[in-house]
Write a protein of this length. Structure first.
Length: 502
């Protein structure tokens, strides 16, 4: 039997991206002889796209998005997917989703209406892993994959092609005549096997690598040099992943160096002008591997690179090899809060504010660009604590800082806490990182949290003498819109530090 597989990615933003999951799922399917096509929602106009909202509020420098990528009318989305389904007539519809994207998927599928013949629909990704009951409860879904999908997808496809029983494939929850069969998770794929297949790039064109960044448009490549995070945070879905895989193998895995080199060379061949590393904590890799990588990258590649890491992993002996490459590097770290109480009691972070001060000082002393991620609207947070975060960011003298509004994602310990304390019911609509908060019975109202985030870039970059004007915009933006635009322009003109990549 030869199967037709349609891969679907319901992207919630308008930014081009090459999902690593799509690349490997397509490779596996094609290796097994399947005919594969790809449909995505990326290039259809959307309201509330997070990157564009961050540009409007001064966290990201505005780029010429409109001319970089042509977006299609949103009303054409369901029509175009229906035409693809009718033309291709897939046997399998495979969808990769996080929590926000799952709601996009449900809305899209509902808009399609009845489908005949109906393909076998299987979902994978973060949301099916942390909220399998909600996903399998969708009447359109036939199966889901929990956890990492490479091995499960290959076994599922092999059995499907051979018309064998699918009901006991590990990692899968699958609907049967007797109900939902919930299979156990298989052990993690070891690092010497995880990256053995190259990604399939055949569905991706220049739009997928077009990245608005710091006021310009770049061709950005994406690389995974390790997988898994060594830390446990109450607000992060990685904590749920680690619980799922407890006792099932090494969670943090390092990509073999030779394999990593070939993957980076491929991105360079495809025209990459910068590389973004997808690792959860780049600097947690073994020191000797980091040093070997930096020697090679500095000599052979020299493209600007962006990594994210934890402040706890920032040490002089790890930053020095990066600086010695002589190529631009941006390091992003999660700060979350400048309040010790929020940081320790709510986020359960083991670091201290002094540790973060030292980490960012090391980054700055070596001439590396720094980015800090913060949150607002965390459970029980007060206005005073929100401003502790603002003043802490000012003190750190970061090159870039962005603030996200807290959302208690399924599978995180903080969601359980919020339900237990009746801050949420657990049935609320998923929101993105710049939408108003959903928590009830908090010291700050949803409007106050939302408004502070909108002026965060002004509070953290402009001199304190401007605070009275910023507060006017915070509390009544509608009647101070012109002042707000003037302050944003002032911030960009005199206080924004661009990354000089020329």
């Amino acid at each position: 039997m030869k199967a037709r597989v349609l891969l679907l990615y319901p992207n919630s933003t308008n930014d081009g991206v090459m999902p690593l999951a799509v690349g490997i799922l397509s490779t596996i399917a094609k290796d097994l002889g399947c005919e594969v096509e790809y449909f995505e929602t990326t290039f259809y106009q959307k309201e509330g796209s997070v990157p564009e909202e961050r540009e409007r509020t001064g966290e990201f420098k505005v780029s010429d998005r409109e001319h970089a990528v042509q977006l299609l009318p949103h009303e054409h989305l369901a029509r175009d997917l229906r035409q693809t389904l009718d033309r291709f007539r897939p046997d399998i519809l495979a969808v990769t989703v996080n929590s926000i994207e799952f709601e996009q998927f449900e809305t899209l599928i509902q808009a399609l209406g009845p489908m005949e013949p109906k393909p076998f629909v299987i979902l994978g990704g973060v949301h099916p892993t942390v909220a399998p009951d909600a996903v399998i409860g969708n009447p359109f879904v036939d199966a889901l994959c929990r956890g990492e999908g490479e091995a499960a997808w290959e076994e599922f496809l092999t059995r499907f092609l051979n018309q064998q029983d699918l009901s006991d494939v590990q990692n899968l929850w699958i609907k049967t005549a007797d109900g939902v069969q919930k299979n156990p998770i298989r052990p993690l794929v070891p690092e010497d096997q995880l990256w053995r297949r190259p990604l399939d790039f055949s569905f991706f064109d220049e739009r997928h690598f077009t990245a608005p960044f710091d006021g310009r448009i770049y061709h950005r490549g994406q690389i995974e040099s390790s997988r898994g995070c060594p830390f446990d945070c109450t607000y992060c879905a990685n904590t749920a992943f680690k619980r799922t895989y407890k006792g099932l193998g090494k969670f943090v895995r390092l990509r073999p160096f030779a394999n990593l080199v070939e993957a980076i060379k491929k991105q360079v061949e495809m025209g990459a002008e910068m590389l973004q590393f997808q690792d959860e904590c780049f600097l947690s890799i073994p020191l000797h591997h980091l040093q070997e990588f930096c020697r090679w990258y500095g000599a052979e590649v020299q493209l600007p690179m962006m990594v994210q890491t934890r402040p706890e992993s920032v040490k002089e002996n790890r930053i020095e090899p990066l600086a010695a490459m002589g190529t631009p590097v941006q390091i992003s770290c999660g700060i979350e809060s400048g309040s010790e109480r929020i940081l320790h009691d709510i986020c359960k972070r083991r670091t201290t504010l002094d540790d973060m001060r030292e980490a960012f000082k090391i980054i700055r002393d070596f001439g590396i660009r720094s980015t800090g991620y913060t949150m607002i609207g965390l459970p029980t947070e007060t206005r005073e604590e929100a401003f502790e975060t603002i003043f802490f960011v000012r003190e750190l003298d970061l090159d870039i800082s962005i603030m996200s509004i807290f959302y208690p994602f399924v599978g995180t310990p903080l969601r359980d806490f919020c339900i237990r304390e009746e801050y949420i019911t657990g049935h609320e609509k998923v929101t993105n990182f710049t939408d108003p908060p959903i928590l009830k019975h908090q010291p700050m109202s949803p409007e106050e949290v939302y408004n502070i985030r909108r002026v965060y870039s002004l509070y953290t970059r402009l001199p304190e003498a401007y605070f009275p004007k910023i507060e006017l915009c915070e509390r009544d933006l509608e009647n101070h819109a012109e002042l707000y635009e003037d302050l944003i322009a002032l911030m960009y003109r005199e206080y924004y530090r661009s990354w000089d990549l020329d």
